[in-house]
Design a protein around this ligand. Sequence first.
Ligand code: INI
Length: 214
Amino acid sequence: MVIHFSLSTIHYPLSVIHFSLVTSLPDVYTSEWQFCQISRRKVLQPKVHQGMLTADGFRFAIVVSRWNDFLTAKLTEGALDALERLGANEQSIEIFKVPGAFELPLTAQKVAASGRFSAVICIGTVIRGETSHFEHVAGEAAKGIAQVAMQTGVPVLFGVVTAETLEQAINRAGVKAGNKGFEAAMSAVELVNLYAVMDGGEKTSKEKVFPHVV
Ligand code: INI
C-alpha cells in the first residue's frame, strides 16, 4: 500500500491520491492522511514569538472603578480568578479603586509609572444612558488607557465593559458572554510573557506556525 501511494504521488493529481488512500486505509487514519497531503505544499515557517500563560514572577495592578460596583466586583473576581489559576499569589497583586471609568487612565498612568508592576488591568463598566455622558466616559477611558500603555511601555489592559443595556453589561460580567475581567487578566499574563521574550528572556518560542507541516 505504501508503494502504491508513493507511485501515485508522482503520476496522479492530489484528488486521486486521496481516493486511493481513503479506500485502503482504516477510517481512523484517513482524515489525517488527507490533511498531510494537502499540507505538503511548501509553507513558510517564520520564527514565532508568543507569550506563555504563566503569572509566576510577575506583578499585577488592578485599577477598578466603583461605578456599577456590583458588576465591576464580578469583573475583578474574574481577573483574580485568571491570575490565581495562572500561578499568581496575593503578594503579587494590588488593587486600586477609583470613582468611575473616567478616572481609570490617570490612575493607571501613576501605577504604571511607579515601575512596581509588570502590567496594569483596568476594570470598569459604562452603560449607555439617555444622554451623551456614556460616549464621553467610555471614549475617554478607552483613549486614555491606550495612551498610558503607549507612554509608559507597560501593558495596560482594557477590562472595561461598554454596553448599550444593563442586560448586556451583566452578560459580560460572567453570565452569557464571558467575563471581561478574566479576559483582560489572561491578556495581561500573555503580554508580560511576550515582552519578556522580546526583551531577550529565555522563553523564546521555537514553535512552528503550522506545527503539522513536516
Ligand atoms: N462611570 C462609569 O464607570 N460608568 C458609567 O456608566 C458612568 N456613567 O454612566 O455616568 C460613569 N460616570 C462617572 C464618571 O466615570 C466619573 O467618575 C465622573 O464623571 C467624575 O469624574
